[in-house]
Design a protein around this ligand. Structure first.
Ligand code: CDP
Ligand code: CDP
Length: 225
């Protein structure tokens, strides 16, 4: 990997991973890979096909047939599932409420992990998710574990929902975020966990720009070594 590197960013929901990973990737000229979007796309496919979420065999078959593409745009990244743009629909409440259960299935994780490793094989990437530094890219040159207080994370999501024209209350959102973090941290395979060699960044009270700049600085220091 001459002149480049792989940056892994993990952490709980709404810590700021995707917003900041995208900006870091743009500043460094790297490819941004949103692995959460891949788990969401699979969950969307399971729901669309009305497959029983407990029927792992049927889900594995569906996942095996799924074609997921992450298209890099100027501003946003598009998620294409089986040739269809699903960027918006994979953010629905229905998908969000089911994704952790689908992401806990061995067959789903094995398949997506392979896809993610392939995407990072020949290029410099910023990849965000829950198990990037621990399982997907355990030898990534820079690992960040991003956190923020659950209160601030719920406030951030509340603002996003309001901007989308949705009415949800703060306590409900906070409860849903905590439940998803718990499920993601307690699952058997590749749970959400800080890699031993990851740098912790608490984004509570920090601006997007501050956090982006500090990660770019860490990256530049590593590259200069
Ligand atoms: O953006 P948000 O924090 O809401 O979630 P996301 O990054 O889109 O991820 C959605 C869900 O996918 C997570 O809650 C995890 O259950 C799962 N996920 C995972 O298991 N492993 C990853 N590397 C990324 C996401
Ligand atoms: O990917 P993840 O779920 O970790 O979080 P995100 O979707 O990137 O960020 C959630 C929200 O928090 C977004 O609306 C960001 O604009 C906002 N954010 C913030 O206000 N301050 C930060 N330091 C980071 C993110």
């Amino acid at each position: 990997m001459t002149g480049g590197m792989r940056i892994a960013i993990d952490g709980p929901a709404a810590a700021g991973k995707s917003t900041i990973a995208k900006l870091v990737a743009r500043k460094l000229g790297y490819t941004y890979i949103d692995t959460g979007a891949m788990y969401r796309a699979i969950t969307y496919k399971v729901l669309q096909n009305a497959v029983d979420p407990h029927d792992e065999e049927a889900i594995a078959q569906l996942v095996g047939q799924a074609e997921i593409e992450l298209q890099q745009g100027e501003q946003a990244q598009k998620v294409i599932l089986d040739g269809r743009d699903v960027t918006e629909v994979i953010r629905s409440h229905e998908v969000t409420s089911q994704v952790s259960a689908i992401a806990a299935l061995t067959s789903v994780r094995q398949l997506l992990m392979k896809k993610q490793q392939n995407l990072a094989k020949d290029s410099s990437v910023v990849m965000d998710g829950r198990d990037i530094g621990t399982s997907v890219l355990p030898d990534a040159e820079l690992k960040i574990f991003m956190t923020a207080s659950v209160e601030e994370r719920a406030e951030r999501r509340l603002l996003e929902e309001k901007q989308r024209g949705n009415t949800v209350d703060y306590e409900t959102l906070k409860g849903e975020i905590s439940a998803r973090d718990k499920a993601d941290s307690e699952r058997e395979i590749s749970p959400l966990k800080k890699a031993e060699d990851a740098i912790i960044i608490d984004t509570t009270g920090k601006t997007i720009e501050e956090v982006t700049n500090s990660i770019v600085e860490y990256a530049e220091k590593r590259l200069a070594r």
